[in-house]
Structure formats: C-alpha cells, structure tokens
Design a protein around this ligand. Sequence first.
Ligand code: IPE
Length: 264
Amino acid sequence: MIIIKFGGSVITDKKVKYKFRPNVTDRLVKEFKSGIKKQQLILVHGAGSFGHILSKQYELDKGFRSPKQLSKVAEVKKDVRELNLKILQILIRNNLNPISISPSSVISNNNKSISKIDLTAFDKPMALQFIPVTYGDIVMDEALGFSICSGDQIILHLAKKYKPDRVIFATNVDGVCTKPPGRGIKTELIEKIDLGSGPDLDLVKQIEAEMKVADVTGGIFEKLKISMEIAKSGVKTNIINGTVKNRLRDCVKGRKVIGTTILG
Ligand code: IPE
C-alpha cells in the first residue's frame, strides 16, 4: 500500500481563494498512475485556498468562539468538498475508481487531535480495490465544538493502522531543510532522517529545537513532526516536491529523487 498526500499548496494557489490547479492535479494523478504497480493506494488531499483562507480569517482553527463562525464553518466544509469533487473528476477522467470519504462523517476530534476514526469506511472500498480519497476538513470536536483535521493528521492514523509500504507527501518544496529558508541563513536539504540510527539522533534533536521556533515558516516542520511519528510505527515517508515534473512518478517507482526520506 502507498498513501499519497497532494498538498494544498500544490493543487491550489494558497494565496488566491478558490484557485484550483487542474493541470498540476492531472499531472500528479498521471504520475502516480504510471508509477504504481499493483499496490493499493489511498489518496489524501489538502484544502489549500479552499480551506485555509476563511479558516484563518474567522479563527476556525481555534474551535467554537462565537455563533458568527457557524456560517463560515458551513462554507469551508462546502468549499473543501467542492475541491474534493474537482479531484474526483480528474481521477475518474484518468480511468481510476475513487471513493470519496467525508472526514466529518468518520472522524471526531478532541482538542484538535483525532480521537475517533472509523476505518471500516476505508476497508470496505479497499476490499474492492477502489481508491479511498479523503481530505483536510473541519470536524466536530468533543472539547472545542469543531476544529480542523488536516490531511496530514488523517495520514498519521491511516499509516499507524495500515502500515503502508510508503507515505509520500507531495509538497511545494524540495523537502525539509536544516533551517527554515528565507532568512538569509545558510540551509541545506536533509536527504534522510533515520530515527533508528545513532548519528541521526543529533540531527533529529537539532530539528526538534528548530521546530519550536518555526511555526511561522509554514507547514513543513509540522509535516516533519508527523513523518517522525509515522516513522515510529516503522513506515517510511518521502517528502518531495510535487510541483516538479516526474518527481512523484519516480518516487512512486521507488527511484531515488530529491527530497527528504524519514525512516523508523
Ligand atoms: C486543512 O487541511 C483543512 C482546512 C483548513 C479546513 P490540510 O492541512 O491537509 O491542507 P493543506 O495541505 O495544508 O492545504
């Protein structure tokens, strides 16, 4: 099994509300299709500008604060579903058989973390070799009323349960760097993090220290945190740049590509 995440920053323009990138999405679908052999696939996609812009504007990530937010929650949930439909359309046009799984029907959060997930919703379509497709969404939250459930968090739960051969995050950067880029500081791409090997533990400690201050730099360190959690259950993760042609294809094929690999 391979679990692939199409990052919201790849399939949409994160700065422009509702700007979907159909050609990029179509290319990514063709790439994994040509790379994959007989393995089962689960596809998870982010929300990009269909989810993040309104969520940030109305502080939906903080949970229920005022009744004014409710119409915005409803809107975001509709928007991410519309994005999901666009992706299903592309999958079907490429002769694949996706089955969409609405996160809020199968997931509950407690204080922003998944507390319940009904995996039979994935098992049954997979038994017939459908491709389950799910996405980042707003779900009900036992403590906060509602909260955001990212595609990455869903992947963490799926990876722990299904122990896939690989998780691949298609992002808009080449991988994880030693320091957040863009502050004039010298930074290098980390090719491999092996949680099981001695020397890398120093690197992990260094990155963990960096993560504490890296919140403002976007999601890549958060992604690394999730990948390290996934690695603890023995599953390998590749963080690659999905905006570069053929990188996803080669990665699915098992070729060495530019990116960060995290091993348990
Ligand atoms: C975010 O999901 C969901 C909402 C904002 C509603 P993700 O965290 O998986 O989305 P991307 O990949 O960052 O866009």
